[in-house]
Design a protein around this ligand. Structure first.
Ligand code: TXA
Ligand code: MG
Length: 317
């Protein structure tokens, strides 16, 4: 299959209308989109990504009316999140409307909904005329793509179209919040932090994805975000040098707030947001360069730091 890379929203939307998949930009990471109401198209997402069938998809909307099409009921909590954070890097989980295919929601009775905050994405969804089901556009298990080139490298020849947009500003996936009960529960930390949510909901909770044997956010149980290189979390430079004294390999990379001149590849970041923005691209770059170890500096679990540590820990396990 030939993969068309295009900046034309009209061209990309025509693929979705024909039941095909499109790699699409968002402000968090690139998604692999299909018409949510086309079951065959949704099935293709799982096949192309090699995604486990029990991992449900996020559905992307460009207007409030589309949320009403997808959810059975928009709870008060959801209303507040929509008012304060939509469009943006946050996903709400609500009871689903029964017309939604079980393939989208992996047989759960809930549906995850997000309104991306990127003009090209909004115009693309508008042009498709339907909400777009889209997981991150990587092969399952590998780091999420933060540029159209990453999507091309993973899925060239496997999907017919990539809508070319900018590099993703955020760089890690959205915060997922369960809005089905009286207090909001964070199922996956992301760019919208627990402190941001606490300003609106003082009682917001963060849930370990598996509690009492119940998996609330199925995606969180899978190994994720992993480059081929071994990821090792470190406190800082001294820690790296200590670990290196035990290994003979010089084939290592480092990402963090300090510079390590002996590293073959090194990425100095200036803030937590900058770290999040660059992390997945750096993982991919290290794999292309045949790096053996990637040392990643740990961060304080505050603000986006919580989401960053979540991704780093998953990559390291
Ligand atoms: O930023 C993002 O969220 C990106 C962009 C493309 O929007 N999407 C993304 O999708 O990261 P994906 O499929 O890689 O991750 C979706 C997460 C998974 O952890 C999945 O289990 C969870 O959302 N999820 C989806 N539907 C759910 C539901 N009904 N209940 C609980 N968790 C759900
Ligand atoms: Mg993903």
């Amino acid at each position: 299959m030939k993969t068309v890379v295009t900046s034309s929203i009209k061209t990309a939307a025509s693929f979705v209308k024909r039941g095909e998949l499109v790699g699409m930009p968002t402000e968090t990471v690139y998604g692999l989109g299909a018409n949510v109401f086309d079951e065959n198209a949704v099935k293709k997402i799982f096949k192309v990504k090699k995604r486990p069938p029990d991992n449900p998809l996020i559905v992307h909307v460009s207007a409030y009316e589309q949320i009403e099409q997808l959810a059975d009921k928009i709870t008060l909590i959801a209303e507040k999140i929509i008012r304060n954070f939509f469009p943006g890097p946050i996903t709400i989980v609500l009871k689903k409307n029964e017309i939604i295919s079980n393939y989208v929601t992996a047989r759960l009775d809930t549906i995850a909904i997000r309104m991306p905050n990127l003009d090209i994405t909004k115009r693309f969804i508008d042009a498709c005329g339907v909400p777009i089901a889209a997981p991150s556009a990587n092969i399952s298990g590998s780091p999420s793509p933060t540029s159209w080139m990453h999507v091309y490298n993973d899925l060239n020849g496997k999907i017919p179209c990539i809508l070319k947009g900018p590099k993703c500003k955020v760089g890690i996936e959205s915060t997922v919040v369960d809005c089905t009960s009286f207090i909001p529960v964070i199922l996956r930390p992301g760019c919208v932090s627990i402190d941001d949510l606490k300003k609106i909901f003082p009682s917001v909770k963060i849930l370990s994805p598996v509690q009492n044997g119940i998996v609330k956010s199925p995606g969180m149980k899978y190994k994720h975000y992993s480059p081929k290189a071994k990821v090792v979390l470190v406190e800082g430079k001294e820690d790296v040098l200590k670990i290196l004294s035990k290994y003979s390999s010089k084939n290592f990379a480092f990402i963090g707030f300090e510079k390590i001149s002996s590293a073959r590849k090194s990425k100095v970041v200036s803030s937590l947001n900058d770290y999040a923005h660059k992390l997945f691209a750096f993982f991919r770059y290290c794999d292309e360069s045949g790096i053996e170890f990637i040392f990643c500096q740990k961060v304080e679990e505050k603000g986006i730091g919580l989401a960053l540590m979540n991704r780093l820990q998953k990559a390291a396990c």
